[in-house]
Design a protein around this ligand. Structure first.
Ligand SMILES: C[S@@+](CC[C@H](N)C(=O)[O-])C[C@H]1O[C@@H](n2cnc3c(N)ncnc32)[C@H](O)[C@@H]1O
Length: 210
C-alpha cells in the first residue's frame, strides 16, 4: 500500500473512532477519562522514559486522566500532577499526587502557580486539554511552552477535531493552533513518531522541546 493510501485509511479510522464518541464511555479505575487509550499508553511511555516528575494538565473534567497520571507516578515512585479546570466538579478523585486548581488555564495566577511548581521540578510534561478553540489553544501553547523541560513534550490534545478532520463543524481548533504556533517557534519539533499506534486524538500535537 502506498503512503497516501495508508494516510487516508488512518484518517478514516480516526474519524470513525472519534465520531463513535466511545471516549464518553472510557474510564480509568472507574472514573471517566475523555481520552483515546492509545494516547494514554504513549503518555505513560513518555513519563517513564523522560522520568517526568511534574505533569501539568489543562482541562481536568472528571479527573480520570489526572488519576491515571497519578497512578503511573505511583508505579514510578515519584511525580505529581497539577490540573486546572474552569468548572468545579463535585466528586473529583482524591489522590496525594494530584493538585486541583480552579480557574481558567490562562489566568495569570494559575500560570504563576504552575511556573513556580516547574521551578522545583526536573522533568515537566504539559498536556493541553481544555478549551479547544484555536485562539485559546494557541494562547495556551505560547504560555505553557516555557514550562516544558528540554527533551520533554507540550501536547495539544484534540487536534483530531480539525486535522483529519474528525469534527469539521467545530471550525478552527487545535490543529490550526499548532500550525500557527510552529510557524514562529524554533524551540519545538512535531514528533509524529508518537502517533505510531495510528489512533490518536493528537495528530501533529506531540511537540517535543529540543
Ligand atoms: C476535554 S475536557 C478534559 C478531559 C480530561 N482531561 C480527561 O481526559 O478526562 C475539557 C475540560 O476543559 C475545561 N475548560 C474549558 N475551558 C477552560 C479554560 N479556559 N481553562 C481551564 N479549563 C477549561 C472544561 O470545563 C472541561 O472540563
Amino acid at each position: 500500500m502506498n503512503q497516501h493510501l495508508i494516510n487516508q485509511r488512518i484518517s478514516q479510522a480516526n474519524i470513525l473512532y472519534f465520531r463513535s464518541q466511545v471516549f464518553n464511555q472510557t474510564e480509568w479505575m472507574g472514573v471517566k477519562a475523555a481520552k483515546c487509550p492509545m494516547d494514554m499508553w504513549v503518555y505513560q511511555e513518555l513519563m517513564v522514559r523522560l522520568k517526568t516528575d511534574l505533569l501539568i494538565e489543562t482541562g481536568t473534567w472528571l479527573g480520570g486522566s489526572a488519576l491515571f497520571f497519578a497512578h503511573i507516578f505511583d508505579l514510578m515512585g515519584q511525580g505529581r500532577v497539577i490540573t486546572v479546570d474552569i468548572e468545579k466538579q463535585p466528586d473529583l478523585p482524591q489522590h496525594e499526587r494530584i493538585e486541583y486548581l480552579h480557574g481558567s488555564s490562562l489566568d495569570d495566577g494559575i500560570i504563576q502557580h504552575m511556573q513556580a511548581a516547574c521551578d522545583q521540578a526536573r522533568s515537566v510534561l504539559v498536556i493541553l486539554d481544555s478549551d479547544h478553540r484555536k485562539a485559546h489553544k494557541l494562547a495556551e501553547l505560547k504560555r505553557y511552552a516555557p514550562m516544558v523541560s528540554p527533551g520533554s513534550y507540550l501536547i495539544a490534545e484534540d487536534s483530531c477535531f480539525d486535522y483529519y478532520p474528525a469534527w469539521p463543524e467545530f471550525g478552527a481548533g487545535p490543529a490550526r493552533a499548532v500550525r500557527e504556533f510552529m510557524q514562529s517557534n524554533t524551540e519545538f519539533e512535531i514528533d509524529r513518531q508518537q502517533e505510531r499506534h495510528m489512533l490518536t486524538f493528537a495528530p501533529i500535537g506531540f511537540l517535543r522541546k529540543k
